[in-house]
Structures are given as C-alpha cells and as structure tokens.
Design a protein around this ligand. Structure first.
Ligand code: F6P
Length: 403
C-alpha cells in the first residue's frame, strides 16, 4: 500500500452498538476530503497483530452504511486485548503485544489510529497512548456509562428499543390486568432503565444506583390497584443489586474477569408473583437493544464523532477522545473518560422528576422510615455475591407453579 498520503487506521472494539458504521462512514468521508487514506482493522484490536487483518476503506465501500446497525469491520469483547477486570480495575497489556501493534503501525505507515470503543476498549487505547502509539478514542456504548461525554452514540437507539418494548407491554398489561417486568441492559449503571422507564411510563424503575426493597415495589403496585389501575410496568436494569445483596449473573461467555449480567427480571417477576399472588410476565430485552439501525440522533452524533476524530489525528492530537458536550462535539483526554464510570445520581433532575410523577424506585423517600432505611443500608453494604437466575419462565401466574 505504498502512498505519500497521510494514512489513518480505524477499528471498532467491544460489544457492538447502533452507530458504529456511521462513525466509520463519517471518518472515511472527511478523510477523503482532507486527502487522507483510511484502513479498517478487522475484529477490533485483534486485527492489529498476528494475523494483521485490514481492509482499505473508501467512499465507495462505506457508502450507504449510515443507517446500518453492527459494524462492517467486526468487533469482539474477548481476546488478547482485554484491559478491564471488574468495574474499575485495569489489566496491563502484554508489552510484547504493544510492540507488535507499533510494528504494524510502522509497516503500514499509519500516522494515527482511531479506536471506537467503550470503557474497556478505551482503556486499551489509553495504554497504547502511554507507550507512544498514536491513538484517538471515540466513545461507544449503549450503556452510556462513560465519563467525560454527555452521551455516547448507541444509547439513544437502545433507549428507543426499550421504550418501544414498554409501549407494547403497556397495552397488553392493561388488557389483562397484569404486572409486566422488563429487564434492560446497562451493565453496572441504570441509564437505559431510567430513560426508558420515564419515556415508557413505568410505575417502578429499579437501577443499580438506588437501593430498593421488595416491600416498596409491592407497595407501589398495591397503590395503583387501589387507584383502580390493576396493571403495572416495572423496568429493571440488569445490574440492579438485589435487596439482600448480590447481582444476578449468567455464567456463559463471560469476558476475562468480568461478570455477565442477566436474569434479574425473572427474580423480580417471581418475587412479585409470590408476594402479591398476581399474574406476572417478564421480558428480557437483551441484544435487541444493540441491534438494528441507529436513531437519527445517534446517526448525527456518530457522524460528527467520525469527522472530529479524523481532524484530531491530522492535527496530531493523540491520547484524546472525542466527546459530546451539548451542543458541541469536542475532545477530552482519554484518561478522563476511563478513569471512572458515569452513574445515575439519585439526586439528578431525571430521578427527581420521575419521583414527582409518582414513579417508584423501590425506595421510600429518605427520612420517612428510619428502620427501613437502616435495613436498606445494611443490605446494600453487603458484598455483591453473584446469584444465578432461577430457571426461567416468561410467566408467573396462579395456574403455573413457579417453583
Ligand atoms: O456494554 C454493552 C452491553 O450490551 C451491556 O449492556 C451488557 O451487559 C453486555 O454488553 C453484554 O455483553 P455480551 O455481548 O458479551 O453478551
């Protein structure tokens, strides 16, 4: 690939999300206008070394992909470049691997690498930067858990999917006077649950950031019953901690050192059925939230991210991550974004507004019950044991023994 033009590398890493292709297209189109070439590495960081696998990208082979979900380059959240263990712990990459990446960059004449990824993938980019490999980060995640950017693309699309599910559950819940539980993704944060819960008119929203009790969730449902609303919708984030402590996890396919969350919806549905003797159904939305076309917001944001990342590379501003600070797209050190995850504040205006509307977070208003408060504090300070989900069923009703 001998050429005198500037050459930029690009890759997509970690779990996929809607908008990755829009970033790639935005980068390729703007690079073309700034007289630079782009090569795309396949399967995330894996394509950088042994075997090096890449494809030359141009305005022809990236045409028409702005609306396509997934990533034309492929991605993985496993393999040799895992740099996260648990929520905040960083794993050091093998120094030989870093030297191999540098060699690939030199051999292909790549002046800067655009790494599109979430928390774990950007931790890798940060390590590249620390050892002198020229990188620029682009934040991607449906979870919206990256600090230093107001939004990552993919989040709006995931919320749209979850809200659509809520709308559908609403009509059937009302018709049958049932309790519906919707489990959404978000890893250790409740952004998706909170936004979809508000937009989809949930009665109860359960998130990792707010400790909750079974009694308070039941209380809300009973209040609605008394008001003549004999159906309720509950959104629960996959990473919400159970009242007695512990996360619900599933063993299959865990990424190095990280738990794979999932199954809490079934635990909630079963408990509510047992406590209230009411018909309860559960939907685990899962990877539907990650698939399909990006929303218009995510397309526009992702396209701007791609264009801005190319400008940063050509200006030699390495170690920076593109960020959205409404109304502008600008940049921050990658380090600032991966330092700590962004979590929902229980005092945020969104939570306060939801509470004002009567949405329950399964928590009593602080100060209302000191006894309950101390019980909640006690249970939330317990270690986060991992609990396997019960044998699953999508329905818990009187005709079926859920045990
Ligand atoms: O980080 C994105 C995310 O979709 C999380 O919300 C979820 O916990 C996880 O990835 C699922 O990962 P996998 O694709 O490995 O099942």
């Amino acid at each position: 690939m001998g050429t005198s033009k500037a050459r930029i590398g690009i890759l997509t890493s970690g779990g996929d999300c809607p908008g990755l292709n829009a970033v790639i297209r935005g980068a390729v189109k703007s690079a073309a206008r700034l007289d630079a070439d782009v090569v795309g590495f396949r399967r995330g960081y894996e394509g950088l070394v042994d075997p090096v696998t890449y494809v030359a990208l141009d305005t022809t082979n990236t045409s028409g992909i702005i609306s396509r979900g997934g990533t034309i380059l492929g991605s993985t959240n496993k393999g040799r470049f895992a740099a996260r263990s648990g929520i905040d712990e960083r794993l050091e990459l093998d120094p030989q691997l870093l030297r191999d990446v540098q060699r690939t960059m030199d051999q292909l004449g790549i002046m800067g690498l655009i790494c599109i990824g979430g928390d774990g993938s950007l931790s890798v980019a940060q390590q590249f930067h620390e050892c002198g490999i020229p990188v620029v980060g682009v934040p991607k995640t449906i979870d919206n858990d990256l600090s230093a950017t107001a939004f990552s693309f993919g989040f709006d699309s995931a919320v749209a999917c979850a809200t659509d599910a809520m709308d559908r559950l609403h009509t059937t819940a009302e018709s049958h006077e049932r309790i519906m539980v919707l489990e959404v993704m978000g890893r250790h944060t409740g952004w998706i649950a909170l936004q979809a819960g508000i937009a989809g008119a949930a009665s109860v929203i359960l998130i990792p950031e707010i400790p909750w009790t079974w009694e308070n969730v039941c209380q809300k449902i009973l209040e609605r019953d008394n008001a003549g609303k004999r159906f309720s919708l509950i959104v629960v984030a996959e990473g919400a901690e159970l009242p007695g402590g512990g996360l619900v996890t599933t063993p299959a396919g865990s990424v190095v050192g990280q738990v794979r969350l999932g199954g809490i919806g079934h635990v909630v549905a079963r408990q509510l059925h047992e406590r209230l003797k009411r018909e309860t159904r559960v939907v685990v939305l899962g990877h539907l939230q990650r698939g399909g076309p990006p929303t218009n917001f995510d397309r526009a944001l992702a396209t701007q991210f791609g264009a801005h990342a190319v400008r940063l590379v050509l200006q030699g501003q390495f170690g920076q991550m593109v960020a959205y600070h409404p109304p502008d797209v600008n940049n921050v050190p990658i380090h600032d974004a991966v330092n700590k995850i962004s979590r929902v504040s229980p005092d945020s205006s969104a939570v306060v507004a939801a509470r004002t509307l009567g949405v329950s977070f399964g928590q009593f208003p602080p100060g209302e019950s000191p006894l309950l408060r101390s019980l909640v504090d006690e249970s939330s300070s317990q270690s986060t044991d991992h609990i396997a989900p019960p044998e699953t069923s999508d329905h818990y009703d009187d005709a079926v023994d859920p045990s």
